[in-house]
Design a binder for this molecule. Structure first.
Ligand SMILES: [Zn+2]
Length: 98
């Protein structure tokens, strides 16, 4: 059974962590020993989510740029004027800068 002082809340299972059952994850979070493996797996997941979020942000910017162009065309600008701009926007999605 768990004993000693409570030293925190486990980010994996949301239960209290007692001083005789804690472990530190690679990113310095206090978790239960039994949750450690899961926590490190979570870290990988978090990295993947951050990467997806970044790509999603890029797509958001693309959509916003394209919508701006569509609005200008709706207001009478000639679509041909935006050909290069659209190509640049679409290229931006394939190659990430970092
Ligand atoms: Zn836990």
């Amino acid at each position: 059974m768990a004993g000693g002082c409570i030293i925190g809340t486990c980010p994996v299972c949301d239960d209290l962590v007692f001083e005789d059952e804690w472990q530190m994850t690679n990113d310095e979070k206090i978790v239960h020993e039994k949750c450690l493996l899961h926590a490190e797996f979570n870290q990988e997941e978090t990295d993947i989510i951050a990467d997806l979020q970044k790509r999603l942000d890029e797509k958001d910017k693309q959509v916003a740029s394209l919508l701006r162009i569509i609005r200008e065309i709706e207001q009478g600008a000639h679509p041909k004027l935006f050909k290069n701009q659209i190509q640049r926007i679409m290229k931006g999605s394939g190659e990430s800068e970092s």
